[in-house]
Design a protein around this ligand. Structure first.
Ligand code: FAD
Length: 456
């Protein structure tokens, strides 16, 4: 069972880098740990423990954004929101192609947790990192960039707040070109249990989101039966396979459109098995495809959700295992425990593993280099039963028995690599940027690298 968690912490909101430096020095002096936060969107226990310092950069002043259009690099200060950064880049005709649909997260938090969007050829947003400016564990200001410090950048792409207080992040950007955005509905059975249909959608489009809302395909009798049940359990006749998925697809415009940006028009979408669907399309800039509104559907309680990354295979049979398990868990659990919330929301995306990212969860990918990313309230069983699946760093997972051993087993040598680089560069020699959850996860690797137990 999940439980309410809280901690009494010292809360610091420095306005300048000098104040961050002072704070780190004071923390060292008093033996306190410091955990930086972005916009506090993550649902996993990444934050400060009781009695430690939570460091919030929302008041940090300075040059909020910069753009080097020649090198296609843009930077964002730790106090800026992702939406503000994307507005800035859009005004300058560039963008990052893909990011999680969280306008009020920070670039630092998105990168730190390997959060991702739906751009298939990409991995998490972290893959775009080019440079970081941070205050390290001894209070020194450090700058690292990909040309001079490839290993540090690879390690600090997904940093979990363990590499320093990152006050400025520079990422690679691309031209903000026009994309076609298409939506249609399809029965779960007709898409999700047809690997050829899924493979075609994943391999032949630039971006894809599949949004699932349980019970939306129920008949009137099934709705009445559920509403009449004291626990709101769906009747036996209901199956999630008859529910409707919303398919959201985006593709680069090929130069032939006669439609204006923002003008919606009807279309027919044909799946691989030649079934046709009434769709709606419009053209938007690439940056506008990032913050899709699904996360803000009425009555969606996302904080119950767990997200997982699982392997995909060339014939798409790996995701078939995951998908089958996913819908079985949904059917069994809703029929057993009832629908106590108004909405049960799930999400599927596919992304590609990119090298040079030490703690990217896309590392679970096999030789096909592709992973399935899926999310659901009850995905606990789904995730654990799928080979090698790992939870997203930002989602709830700490109440799952055995989860930390599972994560350590899957990441294995990547944890060692991360700690080795972090130590080699003296980013945090006294481990002041740790908390109890991270110590549990990383302890063996820290010890191997020479940290005494008492320091942890
Ligand atoms: C409505 C909603 C929708 C979401 N959709 C998606 C999605 O589509 N895809 C997806 O992958 N995720 C999704 N998430 C999860 C979300 O992307 C992450 O929780 C988010 O990226 C974290 O950003 P944040 O700024 O809030 O960081 P926080 O949660 O505050 O921090 C995250 C981590 O980064 C570290 N950190 C933050 N700032 C700094 C800094 N300045 N220096 C050093 N370390 C730092 C923290 O210590 C922590 O370890 C969603 C969350 C919500 C609430």
């Amino acid at each position: 069972m999940a439980e309410r968690q809280s901690a009494d912490v010292f809360w610091a909101k420095p306005k300048t880098v000098e104040q961050i430096i002072k704070l780190v020095k004071v923390a060292n002096e008093f033996g306190l740990n410091i955990r930086p936060v972005g916009h506090k969107h993550s649902w996993s226990p990444l934050y400060a423990d009781n009695g430690d310092i939570g460091l919030d950069l929302t008041l940090l002043v300075g040059s909020r954004f910069t753009l080097d259009k020649e090198r296609m690099l843009a930077s964002s200060l730790g106090s800026a929101l992702l939406s503000e950064f994307i507005n800035f880049t859009r005004e300058n005709g560039v963008t990052i192609p893909s990011a999680p649909s969280v306008p009020d997260a920070t670039l630092q938090g998105v990168i730190g947790t390997a959060a991702q969007g739906g751009f298939i050829k990409d991995g998490p947003t972290a893959i775009y990192v080019n440079a970081i400016d941070l205050v390290d564990g001894q209070g020194n200001v450090r700058h690292f960039n990909e040309d001079d410090d490839k290993d540090v950048i690879a390690a600090c792409k997904v940093h979990l707040g363990m590499s320093g207080i990152i006050y400025n992040t520079t990422v690679k950007v691309v031209p903000d070109t026009t994309f076609k955005f298409t939506k249609f509905n399809v029965r779960v059975q007709d898409l999700m249990f047809n690997p050829e249909n899924i493979k075609d959608l994943v391999m032949n489009n630039d971006g894809l989101y599949l949004l699932y809302n349980a019970f939306n395909g129920a008949t009137d009798e099934e709705v009445n039966a559920r509403d009449g049940d004291e626990l709101h359990r769906p009747p036996d006749s209901w199956t999630p396979l008859n529910d409707l998925l919303q398919v959201w697809i985006y593709n680069q415009e090929n130069g032939t459109t006669i439609h204006d940006i923002g003008e919606e028009f009807p279309e027919t979408w044909t799946l691989n098995d030649n079934t046709e669907y009434e769709a709606t399309s419009d053209y938007r800039t690439l940056s506008e495809t990032i913050f899709f509104p699904a996360a803000f559907l009425d009555s969606v309680h996302l904080r119950r959700n767990t997200g997982w990354i699982g392997t995909e295979s060339e014939d798409f049979s790996d995701s078939q295992r995951t998908i089958k398990n996913f819908f079985q868990v949904i059917e069994e659990s809703l029929k057993k425990y009832g629908m106590t919330y108004e909405s049960y929301y799930g999400l599927f995306k596919w992304i590609t593993h990119q090298d040079d990212c030490v703690l990217c969860h896309t590392k679970v990918a096999g030789s096909f280099k592709t992973v399935i990313d899926y999310e659901w309230v009850l995905s606990t069983a789904t995730g654990l039963l799928s080979d090698n699946a790992v939870p997203q760093w930002a989602k709830i997972y700490d109440s799952i028995p055995g989860i930390y051993n599972h994560i350590r087993n899957v990441y294995g040598s990547s944890f060692r690599e991360f700690i080795t680089i972090r130590n080699k560069k003296s980013l945090d020699p006294s481990n002041i940027f740790m908390n109890s959850m991270l110590k549990t996860l990383f302890q063996d690797f820290l010890e191997e690298e020479g940290a005494a137990k008492s320091e942890l």
